[in-house]
Design a protein around this ligand. Structure first.
Ligand SMILES: Nc1ncnc2c1ncn2[C@@H]1O[C@H](COP(=O)(O)OP(=O)(O)O)[C@@H](O)[C@H]1O
Ligand SMILES: [Mg+2]
Length: 287
């Protein structure tokens, strides 16, 4: 875990966010957890980070924004009777679809295999925006567990967030796809700061080194716009460890099944840094 201070967040009005929501000092800080390649640990990070933030006293909602291939329910061992799909189709209210997760946070689950959400239609966009608007004032933090890649739906979900947490493994395929995500987010959304977590590392210090390498490529090939260069802010590594697979197999949070394990400590450290970021946003919003 590094000790480099986090950059100060920009004003809380990212380009793609401000036109959609009135800036309200009481609204939640929205964090999109995303990745270039799938299966890198987004859902694992989202759920366990949410638990760690809840433990710090924050009111947290994790929204399963991987609309087509949702699996947050599996990781949390929840069997939702109502999902986001029911809210979208008017079969249930938002409040009915929000569930309590083990770990002291709330979840809004998507239900898996909903092909109709794999494309960004204006209907999906409107429904998503309405749901976000409705939950923003009830929480301190809303974590969007997005899908992988740069599809319209994923990019739309990310456009609703104040902060982007990009998860990658050290594998070249995952890093190449992470780079593609950075490039698109910079060009399409004007993102200038992207937080990076390297998951499934094999040696200490690996993630910082990889992030530095990725930053070099970004400096070279991603144009710096009027608002400045794109900065990859490394906020931690999580080691590859059988305890993670064990937790997922037991359908428990890592903090429940192996709280003292190295990856649990690493996720707690990442969550601590995210908690600090949230505080800065809240401070900025209270000005
Ligand atoms: N730090 C880790 N160590 C070992 N295995 C991991 C780690 N993080 C994730 N995994 C494995 O990767 C799988 C995919 O994780 P998941 O969070 O579902 O990915 P995503 O949401 O990005 O598709 C998990 O089921 C787990 O087996
Ligand atoms: Mg996932």
């Amino acid at each position: 875990m590094s000790t480099t201070p986090l950059p100060t967040p920009a004003k809380p009005t990212p380009v793609a966010f401000s036109p959609k929501f009135p800036v309200d000092p009481k609204r939640a800080v929205v964090i999109a957890v995303t990745s270039g390649k799938g299966g890198v640990g987004k859902t694992f990070m989202s759920a366990n980070t949410a638990a760690a933030l809840a433990k710090r006293g924050l009111k947290v909602l994790v929204l399963d924004a991987d609309l087509g291939l949702a699996n947050l329910d599996v990781v949390l061992n929840l069997y939702p009777k109502t999902t986001l799909h029911d809210v979208f189709t008017g079969k249930s209210t938002l409040r009915e679809a929000i569930l309590k997760a083990p770990g002291g946070f709330d979840v809004l689950l998507a239900g898996s295999g909903l092909v109709e959400y794999s494309r960004l239609t204006s209907e999906v966009r409107d429904q998503f925006q309405t749901v976000m608007h409705d939950v923003l004032l009830d929480y301190d933090v809303v974590i969007l567990d997005t899908g992988a890649g740069i599809s319209d739906v994923v990019l739309y979900a990310i456009s609703l967030a104040d902060e982007v947490l990009l998860v990658s493994t050290p594998e070249p395929t995952s890093l190449t796809d992470a780079y593609a995500t950075v490039k698109v987010l910079a060009a399409q959304q004007g993102r200038r700061t992207i937080r990076v977590v390297i998951n499934q590392t094999l040696q200490p210090g690996e993630g910082r080194m990889i992030t530095t390498q990725l930053q070099r490529v970004v400096d070279r090939f991603v144009p710096s716009l009027g608002s400045g260069p794109v900065v990859l802010s490394h906020i931690g590594d999580v080691p590859s460890d059988t305890a993670v697979r064990g937790a997922i197999q037991k359908r428990q949070l890592l903090f429940t099944s192996a709280p003292g394990s190295a990856p649990a400590q690493a996720v707690a450290a990442v969550a601590g840094r995210i908690g600090d970021l949230v505080q800065r946003w809240q401070g900025a919003k209270n000005i």
